[in-house]
Design a binder for this molecule. Structure first.
Ligand SMILES: *Cc1c(COP(=O)(O)O)cnc(C)c1O
Length: 387
């Protein structure tokens, strides 16, 4: 009944986890599963990662954390779950109830967590140049000096986050590494047990100096390329396919789609696909839209043994592709077109849409029928149970 299918290869997720563990052999490899595991499905992905040996997970907020705790209730009840966006005002009891650890990014959060009954463990987040979340170097100095601020608190982890890890030669990387080391040194006497974590996916490839005790990859687990201008060593995870609703002949000079932006140069054939911007097939993939610095314009799908460019505007529930160059009969009503997959990487789709793989993955719509496979066999159904 579904217009589109989304296949998530859990075997590839596990293989990517293994690749990361090889790249950072001395560090614990945690998994960032925020935003529904980058759109792929938090429950099945986290359970597969748990089976692959992952013990620590990062989510964005406590709601995601509670969902993850439930999803792992049987597979890994003792999973350590950190909440990257920190402690929300008045929410400490909810974190405690679900056994979540806030990644504390301000002294206000720290004070609130300290006031909570029997404070549970929490991580400390320091800013080293991203200027997003995190306490300052001055805060670190204060915490080192005034032990009363953290009296009785259990701090197992201290983190910072890299701004330019996708570019190995960017001077910001070394600058942030130096600042993080200085902060750790300052805090060592106050928190002798605390582990340290700096690297996201890209950061792991900056070398062992960046690994510390724990690494926090996200995008690489899901097959996205964490690097700019460098080959992707990770296995693709997501295949998105959309059904062909109709194949139609279009006379020369006729237009297709909203705003009549595409015109048939000669007699043409068009396939109408059941995927649109509501499914995360971005409107920026319409034909004639220049996507950033990408010389090609618009999206392209793999169908009937070849590539077919988007024709006209992508609409909410549908997109049209030009199949005039494919053999007659190569594409029929009911066929499936590959939007993302082995022939069209999530990074290539991102480039064509003027964005990056991260945004394409996290925008994957809720309308797809989701299948979780390993070695080509379905292993988990949509409802989360075993197939
Ligand atoms: C999202 C996030 C990560 C994961 O980053 P990737 O580039 O997807 O590997 C790691 N750490 C923090 C703080 C994050 O917000």
């Amino acid at each position: 009944m579904a217009g589109g299918t989304l296949t998530v290869d859990l075997g590839a997720v596990a293989a990517n986890y293994g690749t990361l563990q090889k790249a950072a052999p001395k560090a614990e490899v945690a998994a960032v599963v925020k935003a529904n595991a980058y759109g792929t499905g938090m429950g099945p992905v986290a359970r597969r990662l748990a089976a692959a040996g992952c013990r620590t997970f990062f989510v964005a907020d406590a709601r995601e954390g509670a969902t993850l705790r439930k999803a792992l209730a049987k597979a890994l009840p003792e999973a350590t779950i950190y909440v990257l966006n920190g402690l929300f005002p008045g929410a400490a009891a909810h974190y405690a109830a679900a056994g979540l650890r806030p990644v504390i990014a301000s002294r206000a959060e720290l004070a609130e967590w300290a006031e909570a009954d029997a404070p549970l463990p929490a991580a400390l987040h320091f800013d080293t140049g991203m200027n997003r979340l995190g306490m300052s170097e001055a805060d670190a100095a204060l915490l080192a000096q005034d032990r009363a601020l953290t009296a009785g608190m259990d701090i197992p982890l201290i983190i910072s986050h890299l701004a330019c890890a996708d570019e190995a030669d960017h001077p910001q990387n070394l600058r942030q590494l130096g600042r993080f080391r200085a902060i750790l040194e300052r805090l060592r006497p106050a928190f002798p047990q605390a582990k340290a974590s700096l690297a996201n996916s890209g950061g792991i490839w900056l070398g062992p100096d960046y690994h510390f005790d724990m690494v926090r990859p996200g995008i690489s687990l899901y097959g996205g390329n964490p690097f700019t201008g460098r080959e992707n060593p990770f296995r693709p995870v997501v295949t998105a396919r959309a059904r062909v609703l109709a194949v139609r002949e279009v006379e020369a000079g006729e237009t297709a789609g909203y705003a009549a932006t595409w015109t048939a140069k000669g007699r043409a054939r068009i396939a109408v696909l059941a995927a649109g911007y509501a499914d995360g097939y971005f409107r920026a993939l319409s034909s004639g839209v220049r996507a950033g610095n990408e010389p090609e314009s618009g999206g392209s799908v793999y169908i009937g043994g070849g590539f077919a460019p988007v024709a006209g505007r992508v609409s909410m529930d549908m997109a049209m592709v030009d199949i005039s160059h494919l053999p007659d009969g190569a594409v029929k009503r009911g066929d499936m077109a590959e939007l993302i997959g082995p022939h069209m990487s999530v990074d290539e789709v991102g480039l064509r849409a003027g964005t990056l793989g991260y945004e394409i993955l996290t925008a994957l719509g809720a309308r797809y029928m989701r299948r979780y496979i390993e070695n080509g066999k379905e292993i988990e159904s949509e409802s989360g149970g075993k197939a």
